[in-house]
Design a protein around this ligand. Structure first.
Ligand code: GLN
Length: 600
């Protein structure tokens, strides 16, 4: 097993995660099997109890692991499935060491950071690195390890020490350290400044780690003399210094690395030259080149609680993007703060109220994502009502599905008081209730989490068609509340269709309104399994419906005969892609909604 460690210096937010994923993509393109580990040096056991406001979304894995959103990057870029153990936190390591201490495993010894914690970290990495990914039987060839935070952070000290020891444990030729740093440009003189990188490399060396490769973030490619200076002061050979300069979209990062021959540098450090193929990045190249050519917009409102931080809905955003690209539309996301749609806001802040409704009324489709807590719930209900009554394509995810059911019960069944017991435990009409699989008293890791089966039971439903008429799908869950099974019959009689249920038939997984162009809610989170080039079916449905092209998607036979919109490439439909007549890949990517580089 070979290891590539990616560390970050100077400032946070440099895009270490994207750089690490891109290195993985490049190595995979050279024919290697790649896995990855993300180290988060915080004390939380996992990301599950952390606020999306602070840390961005909580990504959910098949095994129910609630992990850092960078794991989502790895899964999407490398098209692999990871496990909860691929995300190491200080909390997990200490929990493990303390449990061993209680068992008596260290009997007689003083348990210390060095060697007990540092050994535990190294053992963890070695154990997880060999877990096969991608349905393979054999372990990966290379494990990319990303160390969260910035060099010099107090809390990462045990990890730095452990990784320093680890480089000796695995030996030369098996460990490559890529340090991602910043080369700022001072506006006045326009000069690329190397000092911050020099300091950060010095810090790294002081902690016992020697960088093999420097990946420098900067606005433009590094000048030759700047590279020379870095080589001289950081003791890193010129051909091992790369620039990750600003590019219009993140799909270009693996290509940037390839163009600068990063794979050759890594292969030299890791003694891989004999087994490395020329990187084949055809699909990535087409995607990156085509990405800027999407012009016809599709406007989607995301009505949520954390709209101030797009990272809070990162996977939703990516899934919308994958689907828009598949439909060859330029994605435009309008973030609508759910509480601004509420009557209260009309009184307190009429401008915000007007602005929110104006946004909502201007879109082609509405998405209400998952969420917790009652803030903005009434606003989300109003958004679902607007979509239902005005026949606007609607996708509700988890909480988004629950509020759609509440809205239906209130408006169609005239149960004014209908609610979720999460928001009103006393409601007379609890249409959403607490249905735990886990503990009723503990918050961490106690939800219905991870991959569960949804079995389709309604013929001709749009969702079943979108999922290629499979009898069931495995999607990822993260919730405690669900549709009250005792109210299902009433809701059904009033016209709400429950298109998929779990294996027991008690848990409702997908709702649909038959007499609507596209109104679907899912108790699961389809966004976590969406991939570039393999858009999630429900997102594809929402986008296609929003541009008036749902029929073409639901009826692949006709779609195969004609492209969904004018132009040379074909739409990606239901997990199969078609090459375009001019040989371009089927996928286009655009970053229309987010400016600049490295918006993850
Ligand atoms: N708060 C709701 C529940 O726990 C929805 C959760 C979610 O949207 N992820 O069931």
């Amino acid at each position: 097993m070979k290891y590539v460690l990616v560390t970050g210096g100077v400032v946070s937010g440099l895009g270490k995660g994207v750089t690490a994923s891109s290195i993985g993509v490049l190595l995979k393109a050279c024919g290697l099997r790649v896995t990855s580990i993300k180290i988060d040096p915080y004390l939380n056991t996992d990301a599950g109890t952390m606020s999306p406001f602070e840390h961005g979304e909580v990504f959910v894995l098949d095994d129910g692991g609630e992990v850092d959103l960078d794991l989502g990057n790895y899964e999407r870029f490398l098209d692999i499935k990871l496990t909860r153990d691929n995300n190491i936190t200080t909390g997990k390591i200490y929990q493990h060491v303390i449990a061993k201490e209680r068992k008596g495993d260290y009997l007689g010894k003083t348990v210390q950071v060095v060697p007990h914690v540092t050994d535990a970290i190294q053992d963890w990495i070695e154990r997880v690195a060999v877990i096969p990914v991608d349905g393979e039987e054999d372990p990966a060839d290379v494990c990319v390890i990303e160390l969260g935070g910035t060099i010099g952070d107090i809390e990462s000290a045990p990890f730095i020490e452990a990784l320093g020891q680890f480089s000796y444990r695995v030996g030369p030729g098996n460990f490559c350290l890529v340090h991602v740093s910043l080369v700022p440009v001072l506006n006045v003189v326009g000069e690329q400044k190397t000092k911050p990188t020099q300091h950060s490399v010095k810090g790294l060396r002081g902690l016992g780690l020697t960088p093999d490769i420097l990946a420098c973030r900067s606005t433009k490619p590094l000048e030759d003399n700047v590279k020379e200076k870095l080589a001289q002061f950081c003791h890193v050979p010129l051909e091992y210094i790369f620039t990750l300069y600003d590019v219009p979209n993140i799909w270009r990062i693996p290509l940037l690395l390839k163009d600068q021959k990063a794979h050759l540098a890594i292969s030299k450090v890791l003694n891989l030259a004999s087994i490395l193929n020329e990187p084949s990045l055809g699909e990535w190249t087409s995607r990156a080149e085509l990405c800027d050519n999407l012009h016809v917009p599709v406007r989607i409102a995301v009505v949520g609680k954390y709209t101030g931080l797009s990272d809070a809905y990162l996977s939703v955003l990516k899934a919308l993007l994958h689907a828009s690209v598949a439909c060859r539309k330029k994605l435009v996301v309008d973030w609508v703060p759910a509480c601004d749609l509420e009557k209260e806001t009309e009184k307190e802040n009429p401008d915000a109220y007007k602005a929110a409704w104006k946004l909502l009324k201007g879109v082609d489709g509405i998405l209400v994502p998952g969420g917790f807590g009652d803030r903005g719930v009434e606003g989300k209900i109003l958004a679902a009502k607007y979509a239902r009554e005005n026949k606007i394509p609607f996708l509700g995810i988890c909480l988004g599905m629950q509020i759609a059911v509440i809205e239906f019960a209130r408006s169609v069944l005239s149960l004014q008081d209908a609610n979720s017991t999460e928001f009103n435990p006393e409601t007379k009409h609890p249409c959403i209730i607490f249905m735990p699989e886990g503990s009723k008293t503990h918050m961490g890791g106690t939800m219905r989490l991870g991959s569960r089966k949804s079995i389709f039971n309604v013929k001709d439903s749009k969702s079943a068609k979108l999922y290629e008429n499979k009898s069931f799908v495995d999607e990822r869950h993260r919730h405690r509340y669900e549709v009250n099974p005792d109210m299902v019959e009433r809701l059904e009689k009033a016209g709400l269709s429950f298109a998929a249920k779990d294996e027991t038939g008690k848990r409702m997984e997908i709702i649909e309104l038959p007499n609507h162009p596209f109104f679907i809610g899912a108790q699961f989170h389809p966004e976590f399994k969406s991939r570039p080039g393999k858009a999630s079916p429900l997102f594809l449905g929402l986008i296609a419906a929003s541009c008036g092209e749902l029929d073409t998607v639901l009826n692949p036979a006709s779609a195969h005969q004609h492209s969904i919109s004018n132009g040379p490439t074909n739409i990606f439909i239901n997990g199969t892609s078609k090459k375009s007549p001019n040989g371009l890949a089927d996928v286009r990517y655009n970053n229309g909604y987010c400016n600049g580089l490295y918006t993850r």
